[in-house]
Design a protein around this ligand. Structure first.
Ligand SMILES: Nc1ncnc2c1ncn2[C@@H]1O[C@H](COP(=O)(O)OP(=O)(O)OP(=O)(O)O)[C@@H](O)[C@H]1O
Ligand SMILES: N[C@@H](CCO)C(=O)O
Length: 319
């Protein structure tokens, strides 16, 4: 059960009138989300997704929704939020913030081939460029400051070996974040969670990125590293698949060439991206929050990836 706030057609027959979408004809809960209540919504104007935000507030949400709107307007394939007749991207429903966005066609590609990785790399670069003039600022809320807060909360649960790895990687990343190369990296709004389950494909055609609710301002290279660490690996071992890595990075580079600083920072950034998800998965595993995490993801997956990135240099950003 992943619809936390149930909604019926009756509930929204009045509510929908504030959107230029005609009458609501059908609504169906989506089972797979774990953060929010999501519904497929059919109206007289077409197919949409209605999201009721269970944790994010009216103050936090404009950054994400206006970013999606900004990107969609510039031709990046992301769900376009539908504004109310008063121009608002959010409207309260059952006392919680809610939004309607366009429905992407297709489905997630959970067994990606180089052709899919190339499509993701090219769209990611387009997204980064399109975000350059996005006016709102919000830090990546799962960045270094959050890692610093979270590390002491999870350390007591770890074996000596894992605790040693976590401590030493935190030292390494804290030092890296202070170095000259790091400060030369290009920055802007990033998705920060562009895993296989957050992209839609129709066959080999990418139809959109979605689930922007971990987005924030951070280095573009961090976004690339998060994406490579999920799309271009053998899921059992965490080992990078050279053909998929090359396809993704070459396609990205063709749209937005990597800089010298980014090339220098690539190996540490892959480690940072692994550390970020190791920490969040440890946190969700050992400090479960009510109803939010139904089945916590396996933290050891990202511990394995981190060890692998430390042990084996990844293919370079440019081939
Ligand atoms: N704009 C969209 N177009 C088509 N399908 C969508 C769209 N948004 C969400 N979905 C569908 O709803 C499901 C859940 O959405 P989403 O992943 O954003 O939920 P969530 O609650 O944020 O969960 P999680 O954090 O687990 O990803 C997706 O797997 C996808 O099938
Ligand atoms: N992509 C995250 C879940 C949060 O969306 C993970 O796999 O840990």
């Amino acid at each position: 059960m992943a619809v936390f706030t149930p909604v019926t057609l009756d509930d929204i027959s009045q509510w929908i009138q504030q959107f230029p979408l005609g009458k609501a004809l059908a609504i169906k809960g989506i089972a797979s989300g774990i953060e929010n209540s999501n519904f497929f919504l059919t109206t007289e104007r077409g197919e949409y997704v209605l999201t009721i935000f269970e944790n994010l507030s009216f103050e936090q949400l404009p950054f994400y929704l206006r970013l999606m709107d900004h990107l969609a307007t510039r031709g990046v394939l992301v769900p376009a939020p539908v504004a109310t007749n008063a121009g608002e991207l959010l409207a309260p429903l059952h006392g919680k913030p809610a939004a309607i966005v366009s429905k992407l066609e297709g489905r997630s590609q959970m067994d990606p081939q180089p052709v899919h990785c190339a499509a993701v790399g090219a769209m990611l670069a387009r997204m980064h460029l399109a975000g350059l003039d996005y006016p709102l600022q919000q830090p990546n809320l799962r960045g270094l400051a959050w890692w610093n807060e979270t590390t002491p909360l999870v350390l007591p649960y770890l074996s000596d070996d894992s605790a040693h790895l976590l401590r030493s990687e935190m030292h390494f990343q804290q030092a890296y974040a202070g170095c000259e190369t790091y400060h030369q990296l290009q920055r802007g709004p990033v998705h920060a969670d562009l895993f296989r389950n957050n992209v839609m494909f129709d066959g080999e055609r990418l139809t959109g990125f979605f689930d922007f609710y971990f987005a924030g301002c951070d280095t573009w290279l961090f976004d690339v590293a998060v994406t490579v660490n999920d799309w271009c690996i053998n899921l059992d071992t965490g080992v990078l698949d050279e053909a998929r890595v090359r396809a993704m990075l070459d396609a990205y580079h063709a749209v937005r060439p990597f800089t010298a600083a980014e090339q220098a920072a690539w190996q540490p950034m892959l480690r940072a991206a692994a550390l970020r998800f190791w920490l969040s998965r440890l946190y969700d595993f050992y400090q479960p929050r009510e109803a939010e995490m139904l089945t916590p993801h396996d933290p050891t997956h990202f511990e394995r990836i981190l060890r692998e990135r430390i042990a084996t240099p990844a293919p370079g950003l440019t081939g």
